[in-house]
Design a protein around this ligand. Structure first.
Ligand code: ZN
Length: 432
């Protein structure tokens, strides 16, 4: 056995409803009733060491679907490993590729454990959906990008460098190894997996979030379309598992020292930063579930969004009632209204913020809401509170147009509201 599997299934989410229900059903039902539950059941209750992770990779290397390679070594000589999982019979030229980077910060274990569980599941399963996926997509997984930090239980590498602030310089053996892998393999999509502190005064750090490339005239339209489409699907699927998610968007001019901006804005490959919120009630398994589901959605989108085949992910239980406001007169329509924007002043980074907040009510069809500022989508969110704190130092003082729109899971707009507010020059200035 490569990874220990607990006898007891602990609650994997804060409100302990949907995923717990799925886990219980999965325990009684044949395997592959729900891929996420199957994978999450392989996540340990406590994280593995570097040596245990390497040993598990070596065992998986013996399976047909998995090939493990060394990308290089860390300052202290530990291996920076990458595992590729795909159908060995697939034409390598036809395979699309997702590069998944986990654990740049050594004290954030959920990305490592999520990806090790996903690799282990995909290396052995005969599930129809997984088999079909692996004929189209190869996952290139770096489960422990900062093995020195992981072994020492600290954020930075052995030279005390924060690897996720090194992507403009690429000065460290770890970032150089990953950049070389990117150049060699030319992935179609990149994911970077992290964890958020339990408490933070930053409004964007209050819940799980994804950050990716947003709409900008200077970026390829295909890139903006891809990240927008995947963001919506991430929001829908996270909502189905009752996992709260906010999506934020980067644009040209943002700091390229961060990995997801380096690959997203510099290399212009769709890249997703996944931040899993830590804290009370958010076990390793719950945090890993967020990364597992995220990887499955991204891979499925890459595999199927262009072709004739439908997206084949499905979830087994706890589906919301299928209702339609259009056909069922008893269902209340979705309603949304924007509150008066509130100028909050500078946050803990000195960035002046104005809070946009919407109230949403109505039908079960509602899936997610977008926030727009001056015609550009700036955030997407799937659970209350529906809010976004605008960085007003990036706005030109004067009238700002704000819109909120609500969508169902197929992307149909259900309702919207607009407002404008005046930004005074003093509201837009960076704090001291
Ligand atoms: Zn991190």
């Amino acid at each position: 056995m490569l990874l220990p599997v607990g006898d007891e299934r602990e609650p994997v989410k804060r409100t302990a409803t949907t995923i717990l229900a799925i886990l219980i059903v999965a325990a009684m039902a044949p395997a592959s009733a729900d891929i996420v539950a199957d994978v999450v059941s392989l996540v340990p209750h406590g994280s593995h060491s570097y040596a245990e992770t390497m040993a598990a990779l070596q065992e998986m290397h013996l399976t047909e679907r998995v090939t493990c390679v060394s990308l290089g070594t860390s300052h202290e000589g530990r291996t920076i490993a990458m595992a590729r999982v795909c159908d060995p019979a697939a034409d390598p030229r036809a395979l699309k590729k997702v590069l998944i980077i986990a654990r740049q910060h050594g004290n954030e274990p959920s990305g490592t454990e999520a990806m090790m569980a996903l690799l282990r599941h995909l290396s052995t399963t005969d599930g129809a959906r997984e088999t079909a996926l692996l004929r189209r997509v190869a996952l290139l997984v770096i489960p422990m990008a900062n093995p020195d930090g992981a072994d020492h239980g600290r954020r930075r590498n052995a030279r005390n460098v924060d690897l996720n602030r090194d992507w403009a310089a690429i000065s460290q053996p770890e970032t150089r190894a990953i950049e070389s892998a990117f150049v060699d393999w030319r992935p179609d999509v990149v994911m970077d997996l992290h964890e958020l502190p339990a408490s933070s005064s930053r409004s964007s750090y209050q819940e799980n979030f994804v950050e990716t490339v947003g709409t900008a005239a200077t970026l390829p339209a295909s890139l903006c379309a891809a990240t927008g489409r995947v963001s919506a699907q991430l929001s829908v699927w996270m909502g189905r598992y009752d996992i709260p998610l906010n999506v934020y968007y980067d644009t040209p001019g943002d700091d390229l020292r961060l990995c997801h901006r380096h690959f997203g804005l510099y290399h212009q490959v769709p890249t997703y930063l996944f931040e899993s919120k830590t804290g009370r009630g958010r076990s390793l398994r719950a945090r890993a579930a967020y990364h597992v589901l995220g990887a499955l959605v991204v891979a499925n989108q890459l595999a199927y969004h262009d072709g004739p085949a439908p997206v084949t992910m499905q979830y087994a239980t706890s589906t919301r009632p299928e209702t339609s406001a259009a056909t069922d007169p008893g269902v209340a329509p979705t309603r949304v209204s924007l509150d008066e924007p509130v100028h909050m002043g500078p946050d803990d980074k000195g960035i002046p913020r104005t809070l946009l907040r919407a109230e949403v009510s109505g039908s079960d069809e509602f899936s997610y809401a977008t926030m727009e500022l001056n015609g550009v989508v700036v955030a997407l969110t799937n659970q209350a509170p529906y809010e976004y704190a605008v960085d007003t130092s990036r706005c030109t003082p004067g009238t700002q147009q704000v819109a909120v729109r609500c969508y169902d899971s197929s992307g149909r707009c259900l309702a919207g509201d607009t407002r404008s507010f005046i930004l005074q020059p003093t509201d837009a200035v960076m704090g001291e």
